[in-house]
Design a protein around this ligand. Structure first.
Ligand code: PSU
Ligand code: MN
Length: 312
């Protein structure tokens, strides 16, 4: 059951449409993590568990993808399963989202493209694992994820576990600051580093509960400050892989990637896959847990925004 919400160029399920219209909390979810971020069948299991975690926190999940050219927020379980099994899905960011629509192709949305879709659908909160950022060696490769620019321009609160630790985290923080993107560490001073709770870097801002995030967003709106908010929640201690342990695996994966000549869009998925191998699957379990935690927190934030009214 799909509702065409034209002139809004996005197809939302009836459940998502009703929730958005009535100001009920909704959380957008990305699909690149499903098609390019995790192997089958963990990708589908995680996507389903993440949707359930959003529901447990009292919000409606809206997984975003382009299905046969249609930009969708909210996918049926059949479609989600097909997407998880497919291996010819385009990985879409701001630059190529419209090409999948124009071609009638299937595509999964990165953080950047999911933010665009969420804003079109009237959804203000989005949960993911880790955002893209400035890659190591970016001074030579210029590889900086479009996720950062999107955060600076699109009003969606993105809940993540920090930027993926395969990136250059100090440079990623600098670029976020330059772009005016607030980075709020949740419940600690340190910026989390995806699989690890502590990146060794202080986060620019710290919040300790959902009410602080809600008040912050409300103040930004009063001040008419554009763009998104990045909330970085550390993975729970029992599931983390400490930074000292991850460092060696990350170095190894980066060396292997450069030997294999991996470039461009393939870099992030390739490194994530290699790290799953190097950690004997442990990184995958951590990845799953951190996304589940982010989904629950995102649901609570969406609840807070919707209680305030007009921003759910
Ligand atoms: N976080 C994960 N797994 C992923 C990604 C994030 O745990 O696969 C994806 C997100 O969709 C993010 C993208 O937007 O990787 C970044 O890719 P790039 O570096 O090519 O912009
Ligand atoms: Mn890139």
């Amino acid at each position: 059951m799909q509702t065409d919400t034209r002139p809004i160029p996005i197809t939302v399920t009836d459940e998502v449409a009703d929730a958005v219209q009535s100001g009920h909390p909704v959380v957008a979810l990305e699909s690149t993590i499903v098609t390019h971020g995790m192997p089958w069948p963990e990708n589908l299991q995680t996507a389903q568990a993440v949707e359930a975690a959003v529901r447990d926190s009292g919000a409606v999940p809206a997984t975003v993808a382009v299905i046969e050219g249609e930009l969708c927020a909210g996918l049926s379980s059949d479609v989600l399963e097909r997407l998880a099994k497919a291996d010819d899905v385009m990985k879409l960011s701001r630059a190529d989202l419209a090409m999948a629509v124009a071609r009638g192709a299937n595509g999964s949305t990165t953080v950047a493209a999911t933010m665009i879709a969420a804003a079109l659908a009237g959804i203000h909160v989005f949960a993911t694992g880790g955002i893209g950022g400035v890659h190591r060696g970016a001074e030579a490769s210029f590889d900086i994820s479009a996720d950062l620019q999107e955060l600076s321009r699109t009003d969606v609160t993105v809940v993540c576990a920090g930027a993926k630790a395969i990136l250059d985290l100090p440079k990623t923080l600098e670029v976020l600051e330059t772009l005016g993107v607030p980075v709020l560490a949740y419940g600690q001073d340190a910026l989390p580093a995806f699989w690890s709770r502590d990146s060794g870097l202080a986060a620019p801002l710290r919040v300790d509960d959902v009410d602080e995030i809600v008040a912050f967003r409300a103040a930004r709106q009063r001040l008419a400050i554009d763009g998104g908010v990045l909330v970085a929640r550390p993975v729970d201690s029992e599931h983390e892989i400490p930074r000292t342990e991850m460092q060696a695996h990350i170095e190894q994966a980066l060396t292997d990637a450069s030997r294999a000549g991996v470039r461009g869009k393939r870099v992030t998925p390739w490194l994530l896959g290699r790290i799953v191998e190097l950690t004997d699957g442990r990184s995958l379990a951590t990845n799953r847990e951190l996304i589940l935690g982010n989904a629950r927190l995102a649901g609570e934030i969406a609840g807070g925004y919707s209680r305030l009214g007009g921003v759910g």
